[in-house]
Design a protein around this ligand. Sequence first.
Ligand code: CP
Length: 311
Amino acid sequence: MTVDNQQLSVRNLLGIKDITKQDIELIFETADTFKNVLDRPIKKVPSLREVTIANIFFENSTRTRLSFELAEKRLSADVINFAASSSSVSKGETLIDTVKNILAMRVDMVVMRHPHPGAAVFLSKHIGAQIVNAGDGAHEHPTQALLDAYSIRERYSDVSGKRVVIVGDIMHSRVALSNILCLQKLGAEVMVCGPTTLVPKYIQSLGVRVEHNLRNALNWCDVANMLRIQLERQDIKYFPSLREYTMLYGLNKQILDSLNKEITIMHPGPINRGVEITSDVADGHQSVILDQVENGVAIRMAVLYLLAGQQ
Ligand code: CP
């Protein structure tokens, strides 16, 4: 399967900042083809049957890990999975030693999630296998941004000109940074909205709008991407209480219905129902949250397929 024999401009997918608009469009066109494959009774192609991929997760994950594994299996790759919590990392082994041991088993590609920003870049300088960053601390989560932008494209035909607000814990979010970079490359306007303490000062230098009032943000946007409060990355208190956060920044049906338009609601997951979003909104007709998850498999198939073509 080829899309006019086009290639990505990168050998690894470390972050959205490294790829071009043309790369993103190529990934989307390739994902369109794989979405068709996933609609068939036999949801599998032989494209990566000579490729071995290791999914190395040093941090918890549900969606990303399962989505990558399914994408790899749909492409007929050989797959091994590694979770740091049940490994010799707990006995003091370093990242490089762990990965080198896995690569000694003749692995071609590594999909890695790690709690430290820059871990994927660091690894790419020390090993020959190709690397896909599945989230590195509060830095980047490129495949999440790609599947989010792809879901917007699916809803509106085009991302260019759309107004997207990212709401919540911008400070600790790799999804926010990757989404900002991806959406801007595709010509969308981006706003961030949250309490002053959770919106880093540098964010304006990225060319995004900043709004601290949720209603103003919702009135402005076509799409609202609601983020979880990442309590596990917060070493101090950034707001008085979760209840107060929910009162000011939680999305509920009342505020949604009071807008004089319909907007699209997104969330990368995991959702904290009743905190940043109520259940009736998360499960309502304006939500594309499960479409995002479905699109994640096709996007990750496209990324792995295109990167394997660079070997
Ligand atoms: N969206 C996302 O990265 O979810 P997981 O942490 O479950 O992978």
